[in-house]
Design a protein around this ligand. Structure first.
Ligand code: PHE
Length: 471
């Protein structure tokens, strides 16, 4: 990518093929990605992050292992990918951020969903940044001094007292700086190097984990589904929440990124690449974390703090590996840090671009205002890990599926000629599948997501109550 194609910053480049009298009036200053790789990289950067490495293993552990993994795969490709294409359809057609995209195509009523997206962005980034703060600390320690011998105690130090607040604020300052100035060349290049590095390091770790004595139990926990769990509504809901969270769906991040696209991208192909990369990294992360947890006998500390599973098991492994562990440990946390940063950028970009489009606030002010608010909101989850867990459950299992449901219904039933947009740049074989896509949006996704919300909304209300009652 070049610096002229970063979203909403730098000199403006009008879309070359912009229709002169489009009904969905496109602001003439809208920019475009410079290349297909630039867009895919940014979208994969948004998708691959803490959701793959931290949340996937943690939710898998909490939801009973392999049955969850199976449902997760079904949700990613059966519902997630169609909803991802729905976001792309709206974003590329309108070239607006979510509120404007929904208003110009559906009217005022539908634009409320755009506000829901902005709220979800605020909520998610405020605790995401706290976890990214832990990652920042782990990264610095792994580079400077290596990990101490007791990973459980180390996790406690990193997550209690003033330290997590300071690291959270530092991470927010960094995210704001990047969104203010645009997604700089440096970050684009870094992701280009770091995303493959992350992948290779995780692959290497998975192989190393395979060689550990006692890892077998980890694999059977991770990969052997038990039938009764498969049919539990909670497992079902957790899988949906994880699929939406990991693919950055249901809050307009992918919509916003696709609003900087030119007309000729093959959206079904790009969507499939994004979903496959995202799933691949999450699956590999499971092949690292579970064998290590069982081989090192860390089940105890992990059930004590499922949120901390990754942060306890991985440093434990690096200590065990000795000198090589220091190098690999540092590489792992640097890569994880970059993954978290590129995802955080996309979260802040949704809120920022909405402020720019809706209120004509200059980018710098919008980024500082939105990011500042998020930084303050994040102090609470930084102080209390239970609050963090509750915020995460509500955001990913209530807000995102709700957003996904609204998008599916809107694009499936309300938007005029949704297939036309997807067909631009798509190959003829894909055209034949599009009838199926529309019916997934119209019927299949809504049925599944209503079932999910039926389970998660009452849980969400309980979680909020528990927080307010000091639970
Ligand atoms: N998908 C990101 C991750 O896996 C998190 C995210 C969620 C980013 C929603 C944007 C929107 O870490």
């Amino acid at each position: 990518m070049t610096d002229r194609d970063t979203p909403g910053t730098g000199p403006s480049v009008p879309p070359p093929d912009r229709p002169t009298a489009s009904p969905d009036a496109v602001p003439p200053t809208r920019e475009l990605w410079g290349s297909r790789a630039g867009f895919i990289l940014a979208a994969v950067g948004s998708a691959v992050g803490l959701g793959n490495m931290w949340r996937f293993p943690y939710v898998t552990a909490e939801s009973g292992g392999a049955a969850f993994v199976l449902l997760y795969i079904l949700f990613v490709f059966g519902i997630g990918l169609p909803v991802l294409l729905a976001e792309f359809t709206l974003g590329r057609r309108t070239r607006l951020s979510p509120i404007g995209a929904l208003r110009t195509t559906g009217g005022r009523g539908w634009s409320i969903i755009g506000y829901l997206f902005v709220a979800a962005g605020l909520l998610i980034l405020s605790y995401y940044s706290v976890i990214a703060g832990w990652v920042t600390r782990y990264m610095l320690d792994s580079i400077i001094s290596g990990f101490p011998g007791d990973p459980g105690a180390y996790f406690g130090q990193a997550t209690e007292g003033p330290a997590p607040i300071i690291y959270h604020l530092a991470f927010m300052v960094l995210t704001i700086t990047i969104v203010m100035g645009g997604v700089e060349k440096g970050i684009e290049r870094a992701s280009l190097i770091m995303m493959p590095t992350l992948f290779l390091v995780v692959l290497g770790l998975a192989l190393w984990a395979f060689s550990l004595e006692g890892s077998g139990q980890g694999y059977s926990y991770y990969l052997n589904p038990s039938m009764d769990e498969l049919f539990e509504l909670e497992t079902f809901a957790a899988a949906a929440g994880q699929a939406f969270f990991s693919l950055s769906l249901g809050m307009g991040a992918m919509l916003t990124f696709s609003s900087y696209l030119s007309r000729d991208e093959n959206l079904p192909r790009e969507g499939t690449i994004i979903a496959l990369s995202d799933f691949g990294v999450a699956f590999l992360a499971g092949l690292v974390v579970f064998p290590i947890i069982f081989a090192l006998g860390l089940q105890e500390s992990v059930t004590d703090s499922t949120v901390g599973a990754l942060f306890i098991s991985i440093p434990g492994a690096f200590v065990e590996m000795g000198a090589i562990g220091r190098v690999v440990g540092a590489l792992f946390f640097i890569a994880l840090f970059v993954g978290a940063l590129t995802s955080a950028i996309s979260l802040l970009e949704v809120v920022t671009s909405s402020m720019i489009d809706e209120f004509r606030i200059p980018r710098r002010k919008a980024a500082v205002g939105a990011g500042g608010l998020i930084a303050v909101l994040g102090i609470l989850p930084a102080m209390n890990i239970d609050v963090l867990g509750a915020m995460d459950a509500i955001a990913s299992e209530v807000f995102l599926p709700m957003g996904g449901l609204a998008l599916a219904v809107f694009v499936g039933w309300v938007l005029s000629r949704p297939k036309d947009e997807i067909l631009r740049g798509a190959s003829p074989t894909i055209a034949g599948l599009l009838g199926g896509w529309i019916w997934v949006l119209r019927v299949v996704a809504p049925i599944f997501l209503v079932i999910v919300l039926y389970t998660t909304i009452p849980n969400g209300i309980d979680a909020v109550r528990a927080i307010f009652q000091g639970g």
